[in-house]
Design a protein around this ligand. Structure first.
Ligand code: GLP
Length: 240
């Protein structure tokens, strides 16, 4: 695992954006795996700036997002589809019909998950997957558990994640208790992965990832088994 320690959030965001920009230049028709959460917002802003400046284009890009709350409609202002439109897709020249987010209203989440993974494969697989980390070490919505799913699936959220994400909703009671998420296998199939983490609250997870041991009880550590992962952190996440 490659580690980049940045001075602050802005530097972390720029480092992530530079890696994506390099891919867009070398492979304009690439497949991006995208993440939500507050962590990648600055990186998405930087990508939008580069796009407006004519440095990069998203016009041939296909994207697959990691996860979505369940049940939640795409036009709900806390849905991850809404987040992606607002924070990236509406601000760059991407063809929205080529952007995908797991269906948070799927009547049959198992069938939806299977179709989602098959669609990623049919698109040629993910070239570059962006990941954040939950304070409990979750990646996408793969929460710490003794056993984890390989494929895209429906899952329940832990109390810790509901608490961590309550800040975005009117009240904790409004946070959905479930989600649909890409599984560990779906994520690990990406050819390259970048993980962004900033702030003291992520330090315990970063410490575990840097300790070099793997456990499903901290899903972020599973990334140590991938051949091409770059972990981009700010000083606060690195030093605690
Ligand atoms: C959510 C998402 C994760 C994300 C995490 C961290 O739970 N499902 O994909 O990495 O939040 O969020 P933040 O970046 O706001 O700390």
């Amino acid at each position: 695992m490659k580690l980049i320690v940045c001075e602050n959030y802005e530097e972390m965001s720029k480092a992530g954006a530079d890696i994506i920009a390099a891919l867009l230049k070398s492979k304009p028709k690439c497949v991006l795996g995208l993440a939500t959460g507050s962590t990648p917002v600055g990186m998405y802003q930087e990508l939008a700036r580069m796009n407006k400046a004519g440095e990069i284009t998203f016009k041939d890009v296909t994207s697959y997002n990691l996860d979505e709350y369940y049940p939640l409609a795409p036009d709900h202002d806390q849905s991850y589809r809404y987040f992606m439109n607002h924070n990236l897709f509406d601000n760059v020249d991407i063809d929205k019909s080529k952007t995908h987010v797991p269906d948070g209203l799927a009547a049959d989440p198992d069938a939806m998950g299977k179709a989602y993974d098959e669609a990623i494969e049919a698109a040629g697989g993910i070239d570059l997957q962006v990941l954040g980390l939950g304070p409990n070490g979750h990646i996408a919505f793969n929460e710490p558990e003794a056993e984890l799913y390989a494929g895209t699936h429906k899952t329940s959220l832990t109390e810790s994640t509901i608490n961590a994400n309550a800040r975005f909703f009117a009240s904790k009671a409004d946070v959905p208790t479930h989600a649909v998420t890409m599984g560990i296998g779906s994520i690990m199939k990406a050819r390259k992965i970048i993980v962004l983490a900033n702030g003291k609250v992520k330090h315990p997870v970063i410490e575990k990832m840097l300790a070099g041991r793997i456990t499903t009880m901290c899903p972020g550590t599973l990334l140590l088994a991938h051949a091409d992962v770059t972990l981009i952190v700010d000083k606060a996440a690195y030093e605690g």
